[in-house]
Design a protein around this ligand. Structure first.
Ligand code: MIG
Length: 635
């Protein structure tokens, strides 16, 4: 049962697709705090809070404060309040009852869940305007289902997007891409896609391809296609300011870029140097930008990733000028400590500066909005531009699309990846924990950079991460410029990487059908144990095991030098300890606690009673998997 309430004058976000009559009464559960832009709910000691999509920290959100303010922040440490996403749906559940709430507002909002006051949940609004949806249900899963029912069906990628993807910032030219594919094939490690990061472009201009690096891109895409390899180029939010560049010129001519108060186009700097930002919130601009993807579709490209769309800003021209002027004042002076830190702060604070997000405007639904008021809709609408365009340009063929920034509603147009994580064991655990809240908010096609993006990976971390990554719909190994090379074939134990990757391909029939079930029926692909066992107090304590689809549970190893781990089973289960898709031992384990061995090359999968796990014979590409010949492991 979903009820809608209104606070102030909410800005529509198009995240809810069914029309719901607004209640006249006050919002239940939460009280308005007099004189403040705050809602307050007194939590019971036993209440758990789940949701909020892509954030730092654990599955149960109690005890911290999370702020929805999409941020380009590559340091996902536990002190952070915001990552790239704003997904304002949560469920409070305890003592066998609870409710869900969706706080639909495109501006900045904080969820203080027992941070200021241990047993109080405050929702703090910058502007006290929101559509509030309150969802009652008999269980957490019921509430999630009801919620998903009002936000529309989640995005479905092409089937090949369930294959493995190799990425790097950046493969610099055709030969480097060929080398990657050759090495995967030579080592008999399955692969379906190679990602092209920003350097494939000509001077980082969207919808261009560098002549020098990819002299005959069409032929190259074709060559890769013949090998059943999909190339997936990145698209950045900023459009390079350059005379003669069609995207820039058309955008200027048609007023499709975000403007400052004085009517001039905002000049910001990102990878291409100086850029304008398309006003993705403006319907005409959105259509125009979406149609640009055709340039790459025409080359035979059928997948994309949208980056830098919070939007990330290295600096704005105006702010930089101000900073230079101030710095001049320090020149020749004896800098005391205060002024030294002031100066350092000014320079360090150029990127993603709050003030810059108040310097430009959007034309949205016939009105003008200052950016910060609708900030969280920017990445969403960039991806919507693409998604809506694909419906026009490629109605019969699914296109892969996922985005860095997101808001609920975007889940209809694409998936997400969890941005710039690091090659840290703690970020493997974070990846495990992020999946469930993403699923609650409709983001089913998702995953994080396997092996970690920043910092240098170790072989054991990459193996353990792959052992979890094989279960995430987006299974992509990606790493940053300057870090240790991270392709699976570069490490000593190629055999284990081969076996784990092949296990993924053996699991694709299961994962794909469970994915489709999650989309079609508004279910969650990844579920915390307590969602399936709300009656089991112990199940609420488990933050590092997940149900995946209807038949299995996984318990990834995410600690270095561990040869196994403690596992809690809320029900009797059959353990399959996989070394490869056709080499595994099985053991029935009773409900309760167990220490389970898992060597570095072993993956733990637990099958539920009365269920079966289909396993295909793996192939080097998803296309070649024989879906009609499956083996079954049953319990
Ligand atoms: O400022 O395109 O999250 O995946 O490799 C960094 C370069 C820009 C951030 C993305 C990352 C990508 C990188 N991008």
């Amino acid at each position: 049962m979903v009820k809608k309430y209104r606070l102030g004058n909410p800005i529509e976000t198009d995240s809810v697709v069914v029309s719901i009559q607004e209640e006249k009464s006050t919002i239940p559960y939460f009280d308005i705090v007099q004189g403040k832009n705050e809602l307050r709910f007194d939590m019971d000691e036993n209440d758990h809070v789940f949701g909020l999509g892509e954030t730092v920290r654990g599955i149960n959100k109690r005890g911290y404060i999370f702020t929805s303010k999409c941020a380009d922040d590559p340091n996902h440490t536990e002190d952070k309040r915001s990552l790239y996403a704003a997904q304002n749906f949560f469920v409070i559940w305890g003592n066998g009852k609870g409710f869900g709430m969706y706080v639909d507002t495109p501006g900045c909002v904080s969820f203080d869940i027992g941070y200021t006051d241990t047993n109080v949940f405050f929702i703090e609004f910058e502007d006290f305007d929101a559509n509030i949806y309150v969802i009652d249900g008999a269980s957490i899963l019921d509430i999630v289902k009801e919620f998903r029912g009002i936000i529309g069906k989640s995005y479905i990628p092409p089937r090949w997007a369930f294959g493995f993807g190799q990425s790097r910032w950046s493969y610099m030219n055709e030969d480097q891409v060929r080398e990657v594919v050759d090495n995967y094939d030579k080592n008999d490690i399955p692969i379906d896609s190679v990602y092209l990061d920003i350097d494939y472009m000509e001077r980082y201009k969207d919808f261009t391809v560098s002549d020098e690096r990819f002299p005959d891109f069409k032929a190259f895409v074709e060559e890769m296609k013949k090998r059943n390899i999909h190339l997936v180029p990145i698209i950045d939010a900023g459009v390079k300011i350059e005379e003669g560049y069609d995207v820039y010129e058309e955008g200027v001519k048609n007023d499709y870029f975000c403007k400052k108060e004085n009517g001039e186009n905002l000049v910001a700097a990102v990878w291409p140097g100086k850029v304008h930002f398309p006003d993705f919130l403006n319907e005409d601009a959105r259509k125009w930008f979406g149609d640009k993807y055709k340039v790459l579709l025409d080359y035979g490209i059928d997948g994309f990733w949208n980056d830098m769309n919070e939007p990330a800003i290295f600096y704005t021209e105006d702010h930089l000028k101000e900073v230079f002027e101030k710095i001049k004042e320090y020149e020749g002076k004896n800098l005391d400590i205060r002024s030294f830190f002031d100066m350092q702060g000014m320079v360090g604070g150029l990127a993603n500066n709050d003030e810059d997000y108040r310097r430009f405007y959007h034309e949205y639904k016939g009105k003008r909005y200052r950016h910060d008021k609708v900030h969280n809709l920017f990445g969403y609408n960039m991806t919507r531009a693409a998604g809506e365009a694909f419906e026009r340009l490629s109605p019969d063929k699914r296109i892969l699309m996922f985005s860095r920034s997101s808001y609920i509603g975007m889940h209809r147009y694409g998936g997400v990846w969890c941005g710039d994580n690091k090659s840290w064991w703690s970020h493997l655990l974070l990846n495990i924990q992020q999946m469930t809240a993403l699923n609650m908010c409709g983001f089913i096609y998702s995953g994080a950079d396997v092996g970690g993006f920043g910092a240098d990976v170790t072989e054991d971390l990459l193996l353990r991460w792959a052992e979890f990554g094989i279960f995430t719909p987006l299974f992509r190994n990606h790493s940053a410029e300057g870090t240790r090379r991270q392709e699976f074939y570069r490490f000593t134990d190629t055999e284990s990487f081969r076996n784990i990757s092949k296990l993924r391909y053996a699991l694709i029939p299961y994962l794909y059908s469970e994915f489709m079930n999650a989309v079609d029926n508004d279910e969650m692909l990844f579920r915390p144990l307590c969602f399936d066992h709300p009656e089991d107090d112990m199940a609420y304590e488990v933050e590092d095991q997940l149900y995946v689809g209807s038949s299995i549970m996984i318990a990834p190893v995410y600690k270095q030098n561990a040869n196994g781990r403690y596992v809690y089973l809320p029900e009797d289960m059959k353990l399959c300890r996989f070394r490869s898709y056709n080499d595994y031992d099985v053991e029935v384990l009773g409900k309760g606690h167990h220490y389970v061995k898992a060597a570095l090359n072993e993956v733990l999968v637990f099958i539920k009673k009365g269920h079966e796990l289909p396993l295909a014979t793996p192939a080097s590409r998803t296309e070649d998997i024989d879906y009609n010949n499956l083996n079954y492991e049953r319990f």
